[in-house]
Write a protein that binds this ligand. Structure first.
Ligand SMILES: NC(=O)c1ccc[n+]([C@@H]2O[C@H](COP(=O)([O-])OP(=O)(O)OC[C@H]3O[C@@H](n4cnc5c(N)ncnc54)[C@H](O)[C@@H]3O)[C@@H](O)[C@H]2O)c1
Length: 346
């Protein structure tokens, strides 16, 4: 049977237009196993660092994220779909990402509550090149890569690093792997409401570094000079009095207006660096400090890309530094390009 669309592929009196529609090959489809077995966080760090640099120069088109709420009804939901994307000026591709989260009824079927894909698009023709079923794996990689960029610019090469992880879930693991890629020698400590023992054992085996489990967030803060926080962000997780001089905090748990991991007085006392001020002021740690009147945007030291570009300082002495990572479309665009470059020849 001939459908209306296939009829269009037959020669008509408008051959040029018809050929134009048919000319693009179908996008390549890469399944989850292929994506996860060919990409690691180390692959993403250089590209994400460059993307931050371009972002700070105004060379990345990053629209605000889009959200589709799927209300719970007898036929669907509950769940949320987040859509992000970006284009780095001069790159051969751009990326749109679709992340579905909180589909909690899946759990009753033995399925995960989240899934997702990246669509990598040819920036010359506008034709989709690839659909990558990544189920948040690439988001974790680009988040870890941002953590590595932050670590690289807020610590000194050769410095003795005692790196703490508050929250022991998926993002903590990607941060640990990313840290090893830019600062190969550190001792690790972890505190989490759940999963800390498994995290310490697994990271020790995988990275070949010492990891210990802290009995409290306070113990961790008093022992570490770098602290990654990646909890769901419903409560603040540390206090100003617990922190050592010269500490770097890299906070990534807050990516919604309901979340805050870092207390306002810590933010105020720090050299505060945002991944993207227009996001951190709405959904990051900065939001709470602005709303409380404790900080203004004039208190922001830099965006991370300005530090990458050498336009603003990173680590100078024993100042407290907070890097606020909410996740940007620039990172998604960067990891999309990396993935396409690695997978296209399979
Ligand atoms: N910034 C970004 O780009 C980005 C990207 C992805 C996810 N996230 C956010 O990162 C956060 C963590 O994500 P995940 O996938 O690792 O979650 P996860 O559920 O895998 O892990 C969360 C961990 O935090 C621990 N935890 C919760 N509350 C705690 C507390 N008060 N003190 C100590 N530990 C606590 C839990 O026990 C668990 O170990 C979420 O809020 C998520 O939305 C941010």
């Amino acid at each position: 049977m001939t459908s209306a669309w296939s009829a269009l592929t037959k020669p008509t009196s408008f051959p040029l237009r018809v050929r134009t529609f048919a000319a693009f090959p179908a996008p390549r489809l890469f399944d989850y196993d292929t994506v996860t077995s060919h990409l690691s966080v180390a692959d993403a760090i250089d590209a994400v660092e460059s993307a931050f640099g371009a972002l700070a120069k105004g060379q990345v088109d990053v629209p605000m994220p889009m959200h589709i709420g799927v209300a719970e009804t007898p036929t669907a939901g509950p769940g949320d779909c987040h859509i992000k994307g970006g284009y780095v000026l001069g790159a051969p591709t751009f990326t749109v990402k679709l992340a579905c989260v909180s589909f909690y009824k899946n759990l009753e079927q033995g399925l995960p509550a989240g899934s997702g894909l990246f669509c990598v698009v040819d920036a010359v023709t506008g034709a989709p090149l690839a659909v990558l079923q990544e189920n948040r794996y690439m988001t974790d990689l680009r988040t870890g890569a941002a953590g590595a960029v932050a670590l690289k610019h807020t610590t000194l090469p050769g410095q003795e690093l005692r790196i703490g992880f508050i929250g022991a879930g998926a993002i903590a693991r990607t941060m640990a792997r990313a840290s090893k890629a830019v600062r190969p020698h550190f001792t690790g400590m972890v505190y989490g409401l759940a999963g800390a023992d498994d995290f310490a054992n697994d990271m020790h085996d995988e990275l070949g570094l010492d990891f210990t489990v802290a009995a409290s967030a306070r113990e961790l803060c008093e022992s570490c000079n770098v602290i990654y926080t990646q909890t769901p962000g419903s409560d603040t997780v540390l206090e100003l009095d617990w922190l050592q001089p010269g500490t770097t905090i890299i906070a990534s748990g807050s990516d919604q207006p309901t979340k805050q991991e870092i207390p306002n007085d810590v933010l105020k006392a720090s050299k505060y660096i945002a991944d993207l001020i227009k996001q951190t002021s709405k959904v990051g740690e900065l939001r709470g400090a602005l709303q409380a009147g404790v900080m203004t945007e004039a208190d922001v030291h830099a965006e991370l890309g300005q530090v990458v570009n050498g336009d603003k300082s990173g680590r100078e002495g024993d100042e407290l530094i907070v890097v606020d990572l909410t996740g940007t479309g620039a990172q998604d665009a960067a990891i999309g390009q990396v993935a396409w470059d690695k997978l296209r020849n399979l």
